[in-house]
Design a protein around this ligand. Structure first.
Ligand SMILES: C[S@@+](CC[C@H](N)C(=O)[O-])C[C@H]1O[C@@H](n2cnc3c(N)ncnc32)[C@H](O)[C@@H]1O
Length: 204
């Protein structure tokens, strides 16, 4: 079984993942670059090894970013990477469904289909709403079809055991979800189409 750390770090190796997923990754960063107000306080849910926070700070050094991540080993890795990059992010170990004490943020962002990896989706969204004025959830949708999913998961060292509707059940790993437009619409936000999904901006 691959370690969680090995799998998640692969999500951000842009040269290894299929082009649509790479384009999606870059589009999310570009949307955030353009829309986040100056000096915004941002909480990233599922901050992984810090790769996205680093990319975002490179284009928006004014942002005050906190990363919340459930895997302790990834929090440590993110702290090392941010120090090497000479940037500043507060990486915290914790679970969005039962978060540690945190201040209130201007934005809570949950990128790259991270929500699809968390079984307790409604609870996660409710907690994000408690923590921020505006919530941004970016997920994979219909364009992430079964063919692209096979290619993408292979590139991050995951094997699909079976696909049930919009759930990819992995061998030796968790189930990962993709979203229909209807489901994303039910969150009530403004939706921007991305190369493989939806970027939903939900005011609170
Ligand atoms: C697919 S990765 C997302 C990658 C990263 N968010 C990005 O934008 O590239 C999902 C990340 O969310 C983390 N995660 C999963 N469940 C979580 C939870 N309940 N609370 C906080 N982080 C969680 C995982 O450990 C992993 O690092």
């Amino acid at each position: 079984m691959p370690s969680l750390k090995d799998v998640y770090v692969n999500c951000d190796v842009l040269e290894n993942i299929p082009k649509p997923n790479r384009d999606n990754w870059l589009k999310e960063i570009d949307l955030l670059r353009l829309m986040l107000p100056k000096n915004a306080r941002v909480l990233q849910v599922g901050s992984m090894d810090g790769a996205r926070a680093i990319r975002l700070l490179e284009v928006r050094p004014d942002l005050k970013i906190t990363g919340l991540e459930i895997e302790a080993s990834l929090v440590e890795l993110a702290k090392q990477k941010i120090a090497i990059a000479g940037l500043c992010v507060n990486f915290i170990h914790g679970d969005i469904t039962n978060p540690p004490a945190l201040p209130h943020f201007d934005y809570v962002i949950c990128l790259n289909n991270t929500l699809g990896y968390i079984p307790e989706q409604d609870k996660s969204i409710a907690k994000m709403k408690e923590l921020g004025k505006v919530i941004i959830i970016s997920v994979y949708g219909e364009e992430f079809d079964n063919g692209l999913a096979q290619e993408y998961f292979k590139s991050i060292n995951l094997k699909i055991n079976c696909i049930k509707n919009d759930s990819f059940i992995m061998e030796d790993f968790t189930a990962i979800k993709r979203y229909s437009k209807k489901e994303v619409e039910s969150w009530g936000g403004k939706i921007i189409k991305t190369p493989v999904g939806y970027f939903s901006i939900i005011p609170n």
